[in-house]
Design a protein around this ligand. Structure first.
Ligand code: THU
Length: 160
């Protein structure tokens, strides 16, 4: 028997103003996307912005459905848009932001488990980590250096 330690780290910024110019620009794109979310049921808007190595910025937001489980998260809308439009082009950075139509979201909102799983496949395939920034509507912004740092003991194609 042996014990292993799995740890991760992140940088926490006081607010969006503390980000670098590039990170702030990408987060502002995520905010733009968030404002166009289709979230009439949860009233919880999420926006995602991906920066690709060719300089393109690909946006996504959550798209809900009256048949609730048929909806989709912002991050997967964005990553599949990137994967289908620019196959094989590496992702450099992902910015995520969430707001509520009911109350102020003032703490960072990380990607859900299913999104982490989906995103991890792209990071593994491109053999290069991409950073992930996430925030609520206001307040602190969390920045991690890779997607896999958010998903220890992940499942991948090597198990199949
Ligand atoms: N949502 C996302 O877009 N991304 C996440 O990582 C978590 C949740 C969306 C799905 C749903 O439309 C709403 O937020 C409430 O769960």
């Amino acid at each position: 028997m042996r014990k292993i330690e799995v740890s991760t780290s992140a940088i926490v910024f006081k607010d969006i103003l503390e980000l670098s110019v590039d990170d702030k620009m990408l987060m502002n794109k995520a905010i733009e996307a968030r404002e166009k979310a289709y979230a009439p049921y949860s009233k919880f808007n999420v926006g995602a912005a991906l920066l690709l190595e060719n300089g393109e910025i690909v946006l996504g937001n959550n798209q809900e459905s009256a048949a609730y489980p048929s909806g989709m998260c912002a991050e997967r809308v964005a990553i599949w848009k990137a994967g289908s439009t620019y196959p094989g082009i590496k992702i450099k950075k992902l910015a995520i932001t969430a707001s509520s139509q009911i109350s102020k979201v003032d703490k960072p909102v990380g990607p859900c488990g299913a999104c982490r799983q989906t995103l991890s496949e792209y990071e593994i395939n491109q053999k290069e980590p991409f950073s992930v920034l996430f925030m609520g509507e206001l307040g602190e912004v969390v920045k991690t250096e890779s997607l896999l740092s958010l998903l220890p003991f992940s499942f991948d194609s090597s198990y199949l």
